[in-house]
Design a protein around this ligand. Structure first.
Ligand SMILES: [Zn+2]
Length: 300
């Protein structure tokens, strides 16, 4: 099911890419509004899980926005062994996002307000999977869920797995009156946007230090302010650079790829006896999509 919607806040539910050629840097800025409402509304999440999932969706959009080519997909999966949050999955494809989280409500309540990442996940890990449509390539990186936030864990992924100096800022306000989220990602690619081989990328390169200092000045309020166009935010941060190239913005939407055909295929992989246990007297198996909570009646 795909939903494309228009909305009043021109600065929301969009993704903008930019490059700073003089510093061999590239960036993405993203801001969510109504799309976040829609994704979070699929389940009755308590506020801390809404906050966590909102941050994960911002990160998924920032990283998904780095992909080239129609049909490429970024999947972010956080998993724990025995943690309060068992599983968190988000994915991005062509501006469409979806995500959900599974947690233990009783144990979450015991954690109180504003639980730390360690309290939520225990010994968890973060897996990032990049599916590139043009070359049919898939690559995956896995890092421990350490640091103070999901954003920090993603920064570690880029530093360790890709050796790309990366700065990420996110701000979310979810689970209360409104759901808003925004983020900024900036990277130093010594060879520019193209190619995965880099000649002299290092974390203390003067070009990168310069860009990182400017990006550091981003304020959380700016990231979630729907009245501040994303292009305006890029200008605020980097207007003293000789050249900043801003790409056309990408509209973001909630998009789930669940369908009757999809679940028929999934069920076909189960043994006959298992399917017999699942179906009702009419031979119907009811399946819920974990992402959007839509229910499908599959005739077995
Ligand atoms: Zn779905």
């Amino acid at each position: 099911m795909n939903e494309r919607e228009t909305h009043p806040g021109a600065g929301s539910d969009r993704l903008v890419g930019f490059t700073i050629p003089g510093c061999h840097a590239r960036g993405r800025v993203v801001r969510f509004g109504p799309v976040l409402d829609r994704i979070l509304a699929a389940h009755d999440y308590p506020a801390p899980i809404q906050q966590l999932l909102a941050e994960a969706l911002v990160l998924t959009a920032l990283m998904g926005g780095l992909l080239k080519g129609e049909g490429s997909q970024l999947t972010m999966q956080a998993q724990s062994k025995g943690g309060v949050v068992e599983l968190l999955v988000c994915d991005y494809r062509d501006g469409e996002l979806r995500g959900y989280a599974q947690h233990d409500p009783g144990r979450l309540a015991d954690l109180g307000e504003g639980p730390s990442l360690a309290a939520l996940f225990g010994e968890g890990h973060l897996a990032l999977t990049f599916d590139l449509a043009a070359t049919d390539q898939r690559y995956q990186g896995i890092v421990p869920l350490e640091g103070g936030s999901l954003s920090a864990a993603v920064e570690v992924y880029f530093a360790q797995s890709e050796q790309v100096p990366t700065l990420i800022r996110t701000a979310v306000d979810a689970g209360g009156q409104r759901n808003v989220g925004g983020g900024l990602l900036v990277q130093h690619l010594a060879d520019g946007e193209e190619g995965r081989e880099r000649l002299h990328t290092r974390a203390d390169h003067p070009e990168w230090e310069h860009v990182a200092i400017l990006a550091h000045s981003t304020k959380p309020d700016e990231l979630v302010d729907a009245d501040l166009p994303l292009e305006g935010l890029v200008w605020r941060l980097f207007h003293e650079e000789p050249e900043v190239r801003v790409q056309a913005s990408v509209p973001l939407s909630r998009g789930c790829r669940c369908s009757t055909v999809h679940f028929e295929e999934v069920l076909a992989r189960f043994p006959k006896e298992d399917r017999r246990d699942m179906r009702d007297e009419k031979g119907i198996i009811l399946v819920d999509c974990a992402f959007c909570s839509r229910e499908f009646a599959i005739q077995d």
